[in-house]
Design a protein around this ligand. Structure first.
Ligand code: HEM
Length: 221
């Protein structure tokens, strides 16, 4: 067991398992955030319910942190292995071998690092409250809207969400391959499902800063 987990295949499996955990988290997170569109009260109720048991929330947060750190750690290890296996990577990238594992892991690593930057800013904004002065009585929905309307956060959230969609498009397909779930009949459907999920999550998250901007400009109310 230890040997398998230490091998490249084992690392790919751990990357896929942590990635699956993160996909489930972002689906849940988007669903919760969509309550903003139902009204500020619906969103506030949800946010207060989330914070009703702070101890449980901390356990979930530690789990999430482990998923993020584990996923990034194994992703870097796997892409290093690919690089070692193909030292002539740069030349290969320019050839018809565009879809080599090295190429795929490079674009995943790149989009993954952009998402990491976005998540770090996001945590500074809404988890640690480091960038905006928010008084104790301010409701969660008002705080979230304030962050979404910040020009830097709004732009980074918009672009970061599109990169998230792009990352997930490839991730979903590759997840099934890593688990060995390949079938000539189902694989094309898995690809389509991956694209659909990527669009829903990417466009879904990107819609929030756009909504914040439209509210600010008075286009909607
Ligand atoms: C762009 C739209 C998004 C909005 C409006 C949003 C909103 C929020 C809010 C309000 C919180 C604070 C929750 C609380 O403690 O009450 C939060 C936390 C968090 N968000 Fe987002 N989020 C967005 C996108 C994302 C994305 C795309 C990811 C991941 C890729 C993400 C990852 C996180 C994480 C890890 C936390 C910390 C969870 C915790 O510590 O409890 N968010 N988000």
């Amino acid at each position: 067991m230890r040997q398998t987990l230490g091998s490249t295949l084992g690392q790919k499996l751990l990357m896929a398992i942590t990635g699956l955990g993160l996909i489930l988290f972002v689906i849940g997170h988007l669903t919760g955030n969509l309550l903003l569109y139902l009204g500020m009260d619906a969103y506030n109720e949800y946010a207060y319910a989330l914070h009703a048991n702070e101890n449980l929330l901390h356990v979930v947060e530690i789990g999430l942190l482990l998923l993020f750190v584990g996923h990034i750690y194994f992703a870097i290890k796997v892409s290093r292995e690919h690089r070692k296996a193909r030292p002539q990577g740069y030349a290969m990238r320019r050839s018809k071998q565009n879809r080599s594992p090295l190429y795929a892991s490079n674009i995943m690593l790149f989009s993954g690092l952009i998402i990491l930057g976005f998540v770090l800013l996001h945590l500074a904004d809404l988890r640690f409250n480091l960038r905006h002065t928010v008084g104790p009585g301010v409701e969660p929905a008002t705080h979230t809207l304030l962050v979404l309307q910040d020009p830097i956060s709004g732009t980074v959230y918009f672009l970061g969400s599109l990169f998230l969609g792009y990352h997930l498009w490839h991730a979903f397909e590759s997840l099934f391959q890593t688990f060995g779930w390949n079938h000539p009949r189902y694989t094309p459907w898995i690809k389509r499902l991956g694209i659909l999920l990527a669009i829903i999550l990417g466009v879904g998250f990107a819609s929030f800063p756009v909504w914040g901007l439209l509210l600010r400009l008075g286009v909607i109310s």
